[in-house]
Design a protein. Structure first.
Length: 133
């Protein structure tokens, strides 16, 4: 069945992510990819606009679906999707009506360990920290 919940209203988002097959991130700009990373780590597939850093974390038809969009720059030059309700709806319809696609995504290697290391390196670089390997 299909359920909709606003992320801000979730008491335990991690548990909610674990309980769902798909999580839609309709935002036009990403929060450094934190939510996409959390969702993927919980084993749910992500549907989001094809804009950095989402597109660096979500591989189309591997661990989620990227919604086609035009890209512009927002504050401080950060990439920002120009939203298309039609493209988002088409992508969601494709995902929610095709269990084969979902099962295919669930069987692929998402390289979660590599992604976790990449996120750690990103934050270490941003904060100027030396990583101990």
């Amino acid at each position: 069945h299909l359920s909709w919940k606003a992320a801000g209203n979730l008491i335990n988002p991690t548990q909610e992510f674990h309980n769902h097959d798909w999580v839609v991130l309709p935002g036009v700009r990403a929060d450094f990819g934190i939510n996409a990373s959390r969702i993927l780590a919980c084993g749910a597939s992500v549907i989001c606009y094809d804009v950095e850093p989402y597109s660096a974390l979500v591989s189309h038809k591997i661990n989620g679906l990227l919604v086609p969009c035009e890209v512009t720059t927002g504050d401080f030059g950060a990439p920002m999707a120009i939203p298309s309700a039609q493209a988002l709806l088409q992508t969601c319809t494709e995902a929610f009506s095709n269990n084969r696609m979902l099962f295919s995504l669930q069987q692929k290697n998402w390289n979660l360990l590599d992604m976790a290391k990449a996120v750690t390196r990103l934050w270490a670089n941003l904060w100027g920290l030396d990583l101990v390997t």
